[in-house]
Write a protein that binds this ligand. Structure first.
Ligand code: B12
Ligand code: SF4
Length: 501
């Protein structure tokens, strides 16, 4: 039994009648991050908290069991279900932990055949009918943003009528799978309830080691949707960009600060800066309300959606870090994946961040379609030239239903449709990538990947820069910890803990 589980026992429902129990399936840090697991993020399932908030507002008895982050076993989860009278269980499916969500639903149905099972989240949004076909124990699947559609489903199940009207629902009719088409979509984000964070074990969460300076650091979402079309992206929340209104944004910040003691808020939006005017108003409101004092923010953006003045304002509003998808050091590859940015734009924006005093984070991908060894080298070289404060990289994962996936399939380069092989951190856990560009091998790409990350962080220049930015004992401990993990990674081949090959 994990320490986090024992500490949060009061949040585990016992002896209750629950209309809906939302379960984040068991999926350990070790499975996700392999040898670097102790640096991996333990982050709140915001989607489930949003659904719980909405169900509660509609009058349902609801609880969330974050088995993933409490490091619970499947048996412990089943034990919790058995100790309550549960009507509906909702389970999110990301491609990366599809197998764990599947095992959970299967065992649930075997042990508690009367419990209604509902699947949702990214993987189901992409492959709803396929998921239902593969897992007969799933009773219903809901595509897309499910705040309203899950409430509609609960109400239809209660009334025994009304299923036909639910957008994005996939259900069984005898032996047939009936797909209603469409997907749940929230046009006005302010119509949804605040996420029910009080149902989550908030003290266990910590983002990936490099993503925060001070804890508590929590995730929030200010906007949804992205108008771009990068070929590797799942586009779960659609192309229509929407943002919460200022009062709601400020209310959520206050709740995180006052009720949970947040010192940092990480906006997980695909691209927070899509609408410049809205962001300027938001930053000005943060400053006017003094919410930039004792509180820091970070977000993701695109290099074609910021300018020097905006970065200055964000800095004043308390943003300390901003992450950009750079993806590649080859313009040819950026064009190939329809990223819509140029290397010069990237260079300029990273210079601006330096000038303004904002820490920059560059996300790269290795193994993009048609990428040659020379292209990979160019990417590694560009990452060093750019010199962001933080560098992150993943091996390209062709998530189902993306343009990249279709291309890879058509070209016969998709090596696996076993979702366990769709792990972005696979290089650290020894997983073989599901996709490789023609002529490349897994060993070569995984080797280059490690060279890129370790080579970047172990440069004297990077080490001095990071040592120079340590401001507290807690940060020093974090760096010492990271150094320990890096040492283990470097020593792994000699200790026998390296990748499986
Ligand atoms: C922020 C973010 C993160 C944050 C998580 C922050 C947090 N605490 O929530 C961090 C950085 C930690 C993260 C990590 C990962 N992420 Co991420 N992440 C996102 C991002 C950009 C936004 C997610 C979000 O909060 N959306 C807003 C909320 C409201 O939406 P939501 O959580 O999806 O929930 C809604 C619906 O999905 C649905 N729903 C959710 N659960 C359920 C359950 C049921 C029963 C039902 C009916 C409905 C339902 O209703 C919810 C409310 O509308 C998305 C892209 C996107 N735009 O969605 C990628 C995305 C979800 N991530 C992805 C991936 C792959 C990962 C990682 C595996 C690795 C990575 N690339 O970093 C890890 C996995 C973490 C894990 N637990 O295993 C992929 C998933 C692809 C796939 N096919 O599964 C996405 C789609 C990005 C992409 N590559 O295109 N991620
Ligand atoms: S900019 Fe980001 S969120 Fe938008 S399509 Fe590209 S990868 Fe996806």
């Amino acid at each position: 039994m994990s320490r986090a589980f024992r500490r949060n026992k009061n949040l585990i429902p016992v002896g209750r009648t629950l209309d809906c129990l939302l379960i984040n399936p068991p999926f350990t840090l070790k499975e996700r991050y392999g040898i670097i697991n102790r640096l991996g993020g333990v982050t709140e399932p915001l989607g489930l908290a949003l659904l719980a908030g909405q169900l509660r507002r509609a009058g349902y008895q609801v609880a969330v069991l974050d088995a993933m982050n409490l490091e619970m076993t499947l048996d412990q989860v089943l034990d919790v279900v058995g100790r309550n009278d549960v009507r509906v269980v909702g389970v999110p499916f990301l491609t990366t932990y599809f197998h764990r969500a599947r095992d959970l639903v299967r065992e649930l149905k075997r042990r508690f055949p009367d419990v209604v099972t509902v699947a949702g989240s990214a993987h189901v949004t992409l492959l709803a009918a396929e998921t239902m076909a593969e897992i007969p124990e799933v009773d219903y699947a809901l595509r897309g943003e499910a705040e309203f559609t899950l409430v509609e489903l609960m109400s239809a199940l209660g009334a025994g009528d009304g299923l036909d009207r639910i957008a994005g629902l996939v259900r069984r009719e005898g032996r047939r799978i009936r797909d209603h088409g469409g997907q749940g979509f929230v046009a006005d984000l302010d119509e949804i309830a605040l996420p029910a964070r009080d149902l989550l074990p908030m003290d266990v969460y910590r983002p990936t080691a490099s993503r925060y300076r001070k804890r508590p650091a929590y995730f929030a979402i200010a906007s949804r949707g992205c108008p771009y079309r990068c070929t590797y992206c799942c586009q779960i929340t659609g192309r229509t960009w929407r943002m919460h209104g200022r009062p709601r944004l400020l209310e959520e910040i206050r709740i995180l600060k006052d009720d949970y003691g947040a010192r940092e808020i990480l906006y997980g939006d695909d691209t927070l800066t899509v609408n410049r005017r809205r962001l300027v108003e938001f930053c000005e409101a943060i400053i006017a309300q003094g919410l930039n004092v004792g509180l820091r923010y970070s977000c993701y953006s695109r290099v074609d959606h910021v300018d020097l003045d905006l970065l200055r304002l964000m800095k004043r509003a308390g943003f300390w870090e901003i992450g950009f998808g750079v993806e590649s050091g080859s313009q040819r590859l950026l064009d190939k994946v329809k990223k819509g940015i140029t290397l010069d734009q990237v260079r300029r924006v990273f210079r601006w961040c330096e000038e303004v005093g904002l820490e920059s984070r560059a996300f790269f991908m290795l193994g993009l379609p048609t990428e040659t060894r020379e292209d990979s080298r160019q990417t590694i070289h560009f990452s060093r030239e750019l010199n962001p404060k933080w560098l992150q990289c993943t091996l390209t994962v062709p998530y189902p239903k993306t343009e990249l996936w279709a291309q890879a399939k058509a070209e016969g380069l998709l090596r696996s449709e076993d979702w366990r092989d769709y792990q972005p951190w696979g290089a650290w856990s020894g997983k073989s990538p599901a996709y490789l560009p023609a002529g490349r091998t897994a060993e070569e790409l995984q080797g280059l990947y490690k060279k890129m990350i370790l080579g970047f962080y172990l440069r004297p220049k990077t080490i001095w820069r990071h040592l120079g930015s340590i401001r507290s004992a807690a940060e020093l401990v974090k760096y010492a910890y990271a150094a320990g993990v890096v040492a283990r990674v470097k020593l792994a081949p000699w200790l026998g803990g390296g990748r499986k090959g």
